[in-house]
Design a protein around this ligand. Sequence first.
Ligand code: SF4
Ligand code: SF4
Length: 381
Amino acid sequence: MTRVNPDLAKELEKFGAKTVTVCFNCGNCTAVCPLSESSVAFPRKLIRYLQLGLEQKILESVEPWLCYYCGECSETCPRQADPGELMMSLRRYLTSRYDWTGLSKRLYTSKVWKIFSVGFLFFATLAIIYRFHGPIVTEHTELETFAPAEIVHPAGYAFGTVLAILILSNIYRMHKYIMKGVNAPFSLYISELKTLIVHFATQARLRLCGNKSMWWKHWLLMSGYTVAFILVQIDYPLGEIFGEYPSLTNYPFPPPWHPVKIAWTYSMGAMLIATTIFIIERIRKKDPAHKYSHSTDWMFLILLWCTVFTGLLVRIFMELDMPIPTYYTFALHLAFTVPLLGLEVPFTKWSHLAYRPFALYFVRVKERALQARQQPQEEES
Ligand code: SF4
Ligand code: SF4
């Protein structure tokens, strides 16, 4: 039995979709979309589901994750229904439905919750640093003495584990919706793992969009934080294993051509450039993809920009051997990093990075499972 939610379109308005009712289903948007295929056609079908209040159909849909918001459909819509933004709103809505804690919905639909959550994590981090920081050395910059690695790293790993549990449990719920009624064998999940890895690492489908610069900007950002993530993971173990490993955080610092330092500079530079471009595009509002910004888009960009900028400042102050500015800026850097990761990775925009490749992965597994189910039936008939 298909249940109808007559308030669905109204509910979606809170996530940014304000123009669903003006669509008259001409299908132009689906015809021009470079990513729409006959097996997974969008965005018109999703708009129809919304207009009819077919909530379960929306929950089981992967199409919102296959759209990269190039904006071509919005440019050609004769009713200015902005289907591109509608797909973006659906991604926000689905994120809030996958999340079992309910925090995602609050962050997407309430400015008070956004301000409170960011403010709470920001000041709580500063308070923890104030209470637990190590000795303040002023003769030379000794960041590792101010923020002892034996405290910072285990705390980071524990924080990362909590985030991983949250996002993986949400992905599990996404899987349950998408694979409803399809019992795929475990071997299919294993054989299709390549789909997950390739799309996670390359965002290959984004290259199919007409606007090629979109892929480069996203790739720049993604390569930046992938390098940062790897460096944070290997920095401590390497230092522990190789006693002679030059410290990046205590005077005297390794030379500028040290590979880890080059990688770190690339990572910060790439993220700062990409984030600055995204902020400028949202301020200018020239193309359809940046015409409308949800408050969570700003929350993500501002937190990311502040995190990267303070990270770069820490490096600069360290290189200039300015101890006090280094310690203060590092405290600020962590105070921006914690809400950025804590709120964006499991609950809002950054989670999309995981949902997209997983959606493609589940689609592929589902297609193959359905094909396998059809084959014996065809042979019998
Ligand atoms: S969103 Fe616009 S282009 Fe797409 S079906 Fe509706 S009216 Fe047509
Ligand atoms: S924004 Fe681009 S990818 Fe998304 S539905 Fe519209 S045309 Fe397709």
